[in-house]
Design a protein around this ligand. Structure first.
Ligand SMILES: Nc1ncnc2c1ncn2[C@@H]1O[C@H](COP(=O)(O)OP(=O)(O)O)[C@@H](O)[C@H]1O
Ligand SMILES: [Mg+2]
Length: 382
């Protein structure tokens, strides 16, 4: 009954977590994560129970306060490596409901764990009956490709418009081409407000700051957060700031769509790491396949976890392509989730006039490009 709980084991102490994993792994599905991954993982996926093993560094109280704030329904069990009364007081005040000391009380904890889980479930049932709480947790989609001109910006922007119009969802499109931008030209947005305007309020960043800096597309009403289009300003935006921005957006929007440049730096790595889905745009030709391979190798070296989140969207499909979709599928490591036709005739007029591809919900005549995007988009958000 308890085994469908989502349990995080936060630990950097091999001896302790192997003992716990050994004791619990037949009955429970437990994810081991390191203390510095906690915030990111909690933003991506709400745990029911967190077993938090006191780390070397002094972040316990802060982390538990964060959990309490970000996901109040999560139950936190704290395992201390020293019996310290003031620590006990601090972590319980921050929201930990159970406290055990390693190694003396570890077997006590193991024997009590199933009762803790059963009680947790009971409490959830009770609180479901009394209050209905829904916490926003939007999904982040990062559009990337190591090839310029592959269609990232056009696809990210059309994807955002499609979700807004077809699902009536809250959607934000963020241009993380921090040096040169691009979305403002593609969508004819004339504004001096950009991501950089959020920097002064970085410490207390909230939804209304973001909405104030966004521009709404006149027809679809997609919120767009523009690039500062300035290399010097771009440099001043730290990866911590980018992470904070994306996490705040996730709390207020159903879908956060990020357009990325064709290179990798700390800001891009952050956008890839925070994403629920990484959409890699691949044009069906040999040079593009080669850069995809290089990107895969680089991600392994940088420790970006791709396997569970990356998928490929083939763009500019045409009969005369040197590489065909069916040949691609056999050589790619990630699933191919869609293919978009090369639609020069349909797309060009929009690009030249700087107009968004999608404007209204029931468009009478979608161009082939927009039809393909719609089909793929509705499948990928499920
Ligand atoms: N499926 C497509 N059919 C026709 N033109 C396309 C298609 N995808 C992209 N393009 C064109 O390719 C060019 C580059 O697209 P863009 O989105 O700016 O690429 P990136 O952001 O990857 O550099 C744009 O002019 C765009 O209109
Ligand atoms: Mg681009």
């Amino acid at each position: 009954m308890e085994n469908n709980l989502n349990i995080f084991l936060v630990s950097e102490h091999e001896a302790i977590h192997s003992q716990l994993l050994n004791a619990f792994s037949d009955q429970y599905k437990i994810r081991l994560i390191s203390p510095d991954e906690l915030i990111r993982e909690v933003n991506r996926d709400t745990p029911d129970i967190v077993i938090y093993i006191q780390p070397e560094s002094d972040v316990s109280v802060e982390s538990i306060q964060f959990l309490q704030m970000a996901t109040p329904s999560t139950q936190v069990i704290f395992i201390a490596r020293v019996g310290d009364l003031s620590l006990l007081r601090n972590v319980t005040q921050s929201g930990a409901t159970e406290f055990f000391v390693y190694p003396e009380e570890i077997s006590l904890f193991i024997s009590r764990f199933s009762t803790i889980c059963t009680n947790y479930k009971k409490n959830v049932e009770i609180s479901k009956q009394t209050l209905h709480f829904s916490r926003g947790r939007g999904q982040i989609f990062s559009f990337f490709s190591s090839n310029g001109g592959s269609g990232k910006s056009l696809l990210a922007s059309t994807f955002a418009q499609t979700l807004k119009l077809e699902l009536n969802a809250e959607v934000i499109l963020i241009d993380l081409n921090l040096q040169f931008g691009g979305i403002e030209t593609m969508l004819s947005i004339d504004s001096t407000r950009s991501i950089a305007d959020l920097l002064p309020v970085a410490d207390e960043l909230n939804e209304s700051h973001i909405r104030n800096v966004c521009q709404k597309l006149p027809d679809s009403k997609v919120d767009v957060l523009l690039s500062p289009c300035d290399a010097e300003v771009a440099e001043s935006l730290s990866d911590e700031f980018i992470a904070k921005l994306l996490r705040t957006c996730r709390r207020s929007f159903d879908f956060v769509v990020i357009d990325l440049p064709s290179y990798i730096n700390a800001q891009v790595v952050t956008a890839l790491e925070e994403a629920d889905q990484i959409i890699y745009i691949l044009n069906p030709n040999t040079p593009s396949l080669k850069t995809l391979k290089q990107f895969e190798e680089l991600s392994i070296r940088l420790g970006i976890e791709l396997s569970s989140r990356a998928s490929i969207l083939i763009n500019k499909v045409a009969r005369e392509n040197e590489v065909q979709e069916k040949d691609l599928k056999s050589i790619l490591r990630f699933p191919v989730n869609g293919a978009i036709r090369l639609d020069h005739k349909g797309v060009q007029p929009f690009i030249n006039k700087g107009e968004p591809i999608r404007k209204v919900t029931k468009e009478r005549r979608l161009i082939p490009f927009a039809k393909d995007v719609k089909k793929w988009a509705l499948a990928v958000v499920k």
